[in-house]
Design a binder for this molecule. Structure first.
Ligand SMILES: [Zn+2]
Length: 217
C-alpha cells in the first residue's frame, strides 16, 4: 500500500469509528445532544443583539408591518421545516410557564426534541381548562409536570398594586388564586393517586428570569 492510500484508509477508519461511537454509545449520543444545545445557543447569541433589523424598538413600525415581518419569518421557518421534518416524539414532561417573552422554554432546557408539552398562561395560573389538559397529558404518558413561576413577573406586579388591580381585576384575581389552583390540580381524583403511586411527579419551581436558572420554590 502506498503512503497516500494508507493515510486515506486510516482517515476512513477514523471517521467510521467516530460515527459509530456517536451513534451507538450513550456517551456519543450525549455528546450529540450537548453539541446540538451548543449550536442552538450559537443561534440565540447571533440573533439576540439584532434589535433594529426587523422589529424596531420604540414602535416606529405599524402593527401591519409587524404582521408582515412575522409572516416572512414564518415562511422561512416553515420552508426549513419542510426540508427537515421533525422526528415524532412522545412527550414525558409538561411545563406550565408564564407568557413573559423573556422566558424561552427551549433555551431553559436546551432541548428542541419536543419531549415537553408547554402551557403558557398569564402569571402561570392554571384554569380548569389547563388542569384538564395536564390530566390528559398525564394520561398520554407524561411523567413529570413542572409548574413554574418567575422573577420580575408583570402579572404578579399587577396583582400587588392597588392601582393596577383596578385596571386588571381578572388578572389580579387569577394571580391571587394561583396556589389554590395548584392544590386543586394536585388533588384531582386522577392526579393525586398517580402521584402517591410514584407514576407521576409534580415539581413547583421558580425561574430566575435573567439567568433562566430553575430554583425550587
Ligand atoms: Zn410573568
Amino acid at each position: 500500500m502506498t503512503g497516500k492510500k494508507k493515510l486515506l484508509s486510516l482517515a476512513v477508519a477514523a471517521v467510521a469509528l467516530t460515527a459509530g461511537w456517536l451513534a451507538f454509545t450513550g456517551a456519543g449520543r450525549r455528546t450529540q445532544f450537548i453539541i446540538g444545545g451548543a449550536m442552538i445557543n450559537i443561534g440565540y447569541r447571533l440573533q439576540d443583539h439584532l434589535a433594529s433589523y426587523d422589529f424596531e424598538h420604540g414602535h416606529e413600525i405599524s402593527p401591519e408591518e409587524v404582521w408582515k415581518e412575522v409572516q416572512l419569518q414564518n415562511a422561512l421557518a416553515a420552508t426549513v421545516r419542510k426540508w427537515f421534518p421533525r422526528t415524532e416524539r412522545h412527550p414525558l414532561v409538561a411545563m406550565v410557564v408564564c407568557m413573559d417573552a423573556r422566558l424561552d422554554t427551549n433555551e431553559l432546557i436546551g432541548d428542541t426534541r419536543r419531549y415537553y408539552y408547554i402551557i403558557r398562561t398569564a402569571g402561570s395560573v392554571l384554569s380548569e381548562r389547563e388542569e384538564e389538559m395536564l390530566e390528559l397529558a398525564a394520561e398520554n404518558g407524561v411523567e413529570l409536570i413542572i409548574i413554574t413561576t418567575h422573577s420580575d413577573c408583570a402579572a404578579e406586579k399587577a396583582a400587588a398594586s392597588s392601582e393596577m388591580r383596578e385596571r386588571y381585576p381578572a388578572l389580579a384575581k387569577a394571580v391571587d388564586e394561583r396556589e389554590a389552583r395548584i392544590l386543586e390540580f394536585l388533588s384531582r381524583p386522577r392526579i393525586g393517586p398517580q402521584i402517591s403511586a410514584g407514576a407521576l411527579a409534580v415539581k413547583l419551581i421558580n425561574i430566575d428570569t435573567m439567568t433562566e436558572k430553575m430554583l425550587p420554590r
